[in-house]
Design a protein around this ligand. Structure first.
Ligand code: NAP
Length: 242
């Protein structure tokens, strides 16, 4: 039977590549987006053409809005029989030191990056007997640099949630996390920015998307794995070379 993956923030970048990867392995995809409706429709059309035997549907929800978050799993279940995989990928990423962080920025980072995955994990566990959750965190959770203070705290919280949910939801739902490092430049920056960031990490080059997809595949096939964090960061969690 075909399985369905709900991927948040799937219209672009890492979420889109995950959608394409899972579709190529026979998954139906529930493509969640917020503002990128044209990109979401484009991805849905592309996937329908490439994989006509699978089902693809798009779902809009602003993860800043609790009501919209809480409607997401029910909406996907109306369209598909089950949610066999939830990928909490959507995220906001804003620089700000602790001293400079406004309440508004803190609330935005915590709501999109932590509160909405929390609610989606909860809602999934309340309706699905068997499933799998993958939360996207960040290699930054291993250090205390505060140049993205609210973002880092939100991802640290998401990792704690991953372990707590893994314990409560076992054995029916496995919950794991992937921590990318230098993978894709922000939309307003180019590859040079990425290479500059990566020159001091142990592997001394950006990882791109392949390590993320390999981590995803590992979680999918290893059905005894839960509460674990896979770094896709070229060793950055160990520290910088210089
Ligand atoms: N890129 C990297 O190198 C890197 C490094 C470390 C960790 N990560 C993690 O990997 C994941 C994917 O990274 P990425 O760079 O591909 O992410 P991204 O481009 O920054 O964001 C992905 C999507 O999140 C959605 N989003 C943002 N605010 C939202 C809201 N209020 N409601 C609903 N959706 C919202 C956006 O959807 P719309 O466009 O539809 O609005 C956006 O396309 C993230 O969790 C990130 O923290 C990435």
């Amino acid at each position: 039977m075909q399985k369905t993956a709900l991927i948040t923030g799937a219209s672009k970048r890492i979420g889109k590549v995950i959608a394409q990867h899972l579709a190529s392995r026979g998954w139906n995809i529930a493509i969640h987006y917020n503002s990128s409706s044209a990109e979401a429709e484009q991805l849905q059309n592309e996937l329908k053409q490439r994989f006509p035997q699978n089902q693809f549907a798009i779902f809009q929800a602003n993860l800043m809005n609790e009501a919209e978050v809480q409607q997401l799993i029910p909406a996907v279940l109306k369209r598909f029989k089950s949610v066999d995989l939830l990928v909490n990928n959507a995220s906001v990423f804003e620089p700000s030191s602790l001293k400079e962080t406004s309440l508004e920025l803190l609330q935005q980072q915590m709501t999109v990056n932590f509160q909405s995955p929390f609610l989606l994990c909860r809602d999934l566990a309340n309706v699905c007997d068997k499933s799998l959750i993958i939360n996207f965190v960040d290699t930054r959770i291993t250090n205390n640099r505060s140049n993205y203070a609210a973002y880092s705290i939100s991802k640290k919280a998401l990792w704690e949630l991953t372990k707590m949910a893994a314990l409560e939801f076992a054995p029916n739902i496995r919950v794991n996390a992937i921590a990318p490092g230098v993978s894709l430049p922000p939309e307003d920056k180019d590859e040079t920015y990425l290479w500059n960031l990566a020159k001091d990490i142990p592997m001394q080059k950006p990882g791109g998307l392949e390590p993320i997809l390999r981590s995803l595949d590992f979680i999918l096939v290893n059905d005894h794995l839960t509460g674990q964090l896979l770094f896709a960061d070229g060793g950055e969690n160990l520290g910088k070379k210089s």
